[in-house]
Write a protein that binds this ligand. Structure first.
Ligand code: PMP
Ligand code: GLN
Length: 393
């Protein structure tokens, strides 16, 4: 946030300056450092899907306002994807809504579903837009902290249970989880589902990294657990799955009442967006399994390259089970303040990373953790590792 804007910003948003992603990407541009901060791939998605977008533009598909809920082709493709991957049935006409990326889906869901004063439980560290959207909706965020345990950040189910009060309206879940790379297990998701049913809570689950899971980890949609379908808004996005983060095509799947509620907010945010891209994403969702397998295999190799390189450079590494981020602990390097470390890193080593503390209310709990993105070309990651190894241990 520039100092000149601060006097004008309302109290709800006063604590949220410029997003860390914009700040760090600007730092990368300014210093010429390798940008492993903001999570965007440095190669575009499939050629045939780009061609599909070009074709849609040329054929005049989506150049004018598309339908409010999204074009039928994309809604049908989203429903078919949920059915094929997870055995979940959604009616494309009443249970799918296309949004301007997952970002708008999160905003519209929270603006639609929260009353001022409602409490929202979110897994901390949480993706930055959650906090801002809860604030815009007048809600109160209640973080439940994921803590390092056996090489991964895990949810304490007793802590989650204890966080629910009579004012809790909604659980905001994210799996695979940004920034930690944790993929919630069947046991954890079962416990979350039981709690939601017992306390009659709504659930918004951000599953934008659903296809980016590694090793033995499996992405299980929360909506598939007993009692969850009717209370769950599931969020997906083409940005991560197809490497088109600039297209901003996302979606929700939910029962008709929840879709109608979210659409009520969404129609006054963007109304509609990304007309021609919706046609292309409809095709992308129908790509064969080999596409998704190749994406995962490519990212797995990159995860291992970066995770091993960071370990050799002296970081403690939390090897992620999902997403395209590696969280590290900088304390073995004699550092303890992730903010200061990330601000200095471009000068010191020519690399940009994200301080996880920005994703915490309990800033001290996140202070020593730093996130690196590995959705970059192999040679870029190799060069980044070479540079990071120059840091004194
Ligand atoms: N949720 C999470 C967890 C994310 O990491 C991101 C960033 N890609 C988003 C939502 C936003 O997704 P989109 O770019 O589709 O708006
Ligand atoms: N989701 C991306 C990340 O976590 C960033 C998206 C953004 O810049 N808002 O890096």
């Amino acid at each position: 946030m520039t100092s000149s804007a601060r006097p004008f910003l309302n109290r709800r948003l006063a604590e949220f300056g410029t997003t860390i992603f914009a700040e760090m990407s600007a730092l990368a541009v300014r210093t010429g450092a390798i940008n492993l901060g903001q999570g965007f791939p440095d190669t575009d998605g499939p050629e045939e899907i780009r061609e599909a977008a070009v074709r849609a533009l040329r054929d005049g598909l989506g150049n004018q306002y598309p339908p409010g809920p999204g074009i039928p082709e994309l809604r049908t493709a989203v429903a078919a994807h949920q059915q094929r991957r997870y055995g979940l049935s959604y009616d494309p006409d009443t249970e799918v809504l296309v949004t301007a990326g997952a970002t708008e889906a999160i905003a519209a869901a929270l603006l639609a579903l929260l009353e001022p004063g409602d409490e929202v439980i979110a897994l901390e560290p949480y993706y930055d837009s959650y906090a801002a959207c809860i604030a815009m909706a007048g809600g109160t965020r209640v973080p439940v902290t994921l803590r390092p345990h056996d090489g991964a950040f895990r949810l304490d189910l007793d802590e989650l249970r204890a966080a629910v009060t009579d004012r809790t309206r909604l659980l905001l879940v994210n799996t695979p989880h940004n920034p930690t790379g944790t993929v919630l297990t069947r046991e954890e998701l079962t416990a979350i589902a039981e709690l939601a049913v017992e306390r009659d809570l709504l659930v918004v689950t951000d599953e934008v990294y659903e296809h980016l899971v590694f090793d033995a980890a499996e992405h299980l949609p929360l909506a598939g657990f007993p009692g969850m379908r009717e209370r769950t808004v599931t969020i997906g996005s083409a940005g991560k799955t197809f490497s088109f983060t600039g297209w901003k095509v996302g979606w929700i799947t939910a029962p008709p009442g929840l879709v109608t509620a979210v659409r009520s907010a969404k129609q006054f945010l963007t109304y509609v967006s990304a007309g021609p891209f919706q046609y292309a994403v409809a095709e992308a969702l129908s790509l064969p399994d080999s596409y998704f397998d190749a994406l995962r295999a490519d990212l797995l190799a990159k995860r291992d390259l970066l995770a091993s390189g960071l370990a050799e450079a002296g970081f403690e590494v939390f090897r992620p089970a999902g997403t395209y981020f590696v969280t590290t602990d900088i304390r073995p390097l004699g550092e303890s303040d992730g903010f200061a470390f990330c601000r200095a890193l471009p000068e010191r080593a020519g690399v940009v990373a994200i301080p996880n503390a920005v994703f915490y209310d309990h800033r001290e709990a996140g202070a020593p953790f730093v996130r690196f993105a590995f959705c970059k070309r192999t040679e870029v990651l190799e060069e980044a590792v070479r540079r990071l190894k120059s840091l004194p241990v």
